[in-house]
Design a protein around this ligand. Sequence first.
Ligand code: URA
Length: 224
Amino acid sequence: MDVINLSEQNSVLNHYLREIRDVNIQKDPLRFRRNIERIGEFMAIEVSKKLHYEPTEVQTPLGVAPVNVISDQLVLATILRAGMPLHHGFLNVFDRAENAFLSAYRRLNAAGELEIVAEYMAAPAIDGKTLIVADPMLATGMSMEVGYQALLKHGHPSHAHLCCAIATPQAIEAVRKELNDSPDVTLWCAAVDPILNEKKYIVPGLGDAGDLCYGVKIHLSERP
Ligand code: URA
C-alpha cells in the first residue's frame, strides 16, 4: 500500500487545511464544507495523475485534436455523514463517476469496546473498477476498514484510492495491516497528525468534522 501525504510538498492545499483547522474560521459551516470540498478537488486532480488513459480525438469547429482521456471506470464512495463534502469535491472533478454511499455508526460491543457497524449501503458493481473512498478523518482507521470491506461485497476493484484529509500514523498502519499490505491500494492524505486523544479525536486535528459540516449530533454516550 502506497501512502501519499500531499502536504509533504508545499501547495495551496496548505491554505485549505489551515482554514479547516483554525478554531475561528472553522465556525463558518459553509466555508468549512467548501474547504473540505476544495481538498477533495485538489486530491482528485492528484489521483487523476495515477489513472489510466487512452487516446481519443475530438472534433473542434476547425479540425480534429488528439486528447488522452481516462479509461478507468471510477466509483466514488463515502461514509455518511462527514464524508459528503470530500466526496463532492471528488465528484466535481470526476463528474461522470458512479457513486456509492454507506452509513456506519459507532457502538459499544459486549466487552464495552467501541466498534463500527456498517448499515445502509447503496453502491454499483465495483468489480474491475477504480474505487475512490472519501473519509475525511482517518483517526483509528476503523470506519475506513469497515466501509472498504462492505464495499467489497459489490466486487473487487482493480485499484482502490483511500482518501482522507487528516490521518494518524496508527490508522495508516491499521489500514495497511487490514488490507494485508495490498499493492492495489493507495492511501492519500492532506496531513498526518501524531496522536489521538482518549475520545479517539485526532490531535491537533480539527475537532469533529461531521459536526463542523452539519451541526452537533447526539453522541453515543448521550443516546436515549
Ligand atoms: N472524526 C472526526 O471528525 N474527528 C476526529 O478527530 C476523529 C474522527
